[in-house]
Design a protein around this ligand. Structure first.
Ligand code: 89V
Length: 344
């Protein structure tokens, strides 16, 4: 059975997500919606999408759909999810899920009550080198991990392609922190405690562009996540994430240029795990754009009833607790217990 879907939003990411869906069998995009008709038409035309709309309510009233893919600014997520759930449609939604934790929790509840799936298009953990890193970590050659560092620190001019990021009151923790803290959960398990600090270094932006989050996670692992768009370093290679893990029996590292190095008493094993290349991917974003394909394949399996996606709305709520918790921790200079939050 072919699933019919509509894409809501025709901005920067929609082109790559649409191309990602086109890599998969068993689904068809039948309409695109954007408040700017010309943008919707420009997105639909190269993909042969037959109809465009400027009003999502009209689209949902007119079209026969199985799900919608919400690729719009964060403040529109909740109303669009409620609209789709009201039409009995499953929803794939962009990160960050909502503008705050209460809103994200409400979106999960709305979909549960309507009996529709809410899945989050959280692609970072699907990057090829990170999947391999997780396999090696779980294989256990370095023994039980006790400390880890996730490093996403660069001076990439991220505002050039996504100018709206400049005006966000909450910037790096919602934009990249949502990915990095989700990756921390993927690698090390749930957070028991969290402490964060933030800085705004770029003078012409609204929110923070530097954040450090320290957590106790999983089986007593100290995890520090360093994020910055304001740091020029020798090893920076946007959009790579570096991960360093100390275990009782060795050290596992995901370093620059997709190299994984595993050091034990036997010595160091090094192998490179580059991402696959897709002709439609922007070369500067190749690593992330290629991760869209396995991420959306995982979401599609769930939509087809073949299993539960890794990043359901309910699962992603735990990631939301971390980045919204990080703002709270930084503002109050206190250590939080993320799972204990009453609003989720
Ligand atoms: O993946 C993202 O959320 C993007 C970028 C990597 C540029 O931050 O906004």
């Amino acid at each position: 059975m072919t699933l019919r879907f509509a894409m809501l939003g025709a901005g920067f990411w929609s082109a790559f997500q649409l191309a990602g869906w086109h890599e998969l069998d068993g689904l068809e995009c039948v309409a695109i919606c954007d408040p700017v008709q010309a943008k919707a038409e420009a997105r639909a035309q190269p993909f042969g999408v037959p109809r465009v709309y400027t009003d999502p309510a009209e689209l949902m009233a007119q079209e026969t759909l199985d799900f919608v893919d919400v690729v719009t600014p964060v403040e529109t997520h909740r109303p669009l999810v409620e609209l789709a759930a009201g039409h009995g449609l499953h929803v794939v939604c962009q990160k960050p899920m909502g503008v705050d934790l209460a809103e994200a929790a409400a979106m999960v509840r709305t979909c549960e009550q309507a009996g529709v799936k809410l899945l989050i298009n959280e692609n970072w953990r699907w990057q090829n080198p990170l999947r391999q890193f997780k396999r090696q970590l779980d294989a256990g050659a370095i023994g039980q991990p006790f400390r880890a560092r996730i490093h996403y620190v660069n001076s990439f001019p991220v505002f050039d392609n996504q100018p709206f990021l400049k005006s966000l009151d909450q910037f790096i923790l919602t934009d990249i922190g949502s990915h990095i803290l989700d990756t921390a959960r993927f690698l090390f398990g749930e957070a028991h405690t969290l402490y964060a600090q933030t800085h705004r270094v770029h003078p012409d932006i609204q929110g923070e562009d530097v954040a450090t989050v320290m957590m106790n996670m999983g089986d007593n692992i100290t995890v520090t996540c360093e994020m910055s768009y304001a740091s020029r370093t020798e090893i920076e290679r946007f959009p790579e994430t570096y991960v360093y893990v100390e275990g009782r029996d060795g050290f596992l590292e995901l370093g620059p240029d997709f190299w994984i190095r595993e050091t034990t008493t036997q010595g160091t094993l090094a192998k490179r795990y580059p991402p696959p290349r897709y002709a439609w991917a922007d070369p500067a974003y190749d690593l992330i754009h290629s991760s869209i394909v396995p991420c959306q394949a995982n979401l599609l399996c769930d939509l087809q009833g073949k299993g539960t996606a890794e990043t359901t709305g309910a699962d992603n709520l735990k990631t939301c607790q971390l980045y919204f918790g990080a703002y709270e921790s930084a503002a109050s200079n206190t250590v939080l217990q993320p799972g204990a939050s009453p609003s989720a």
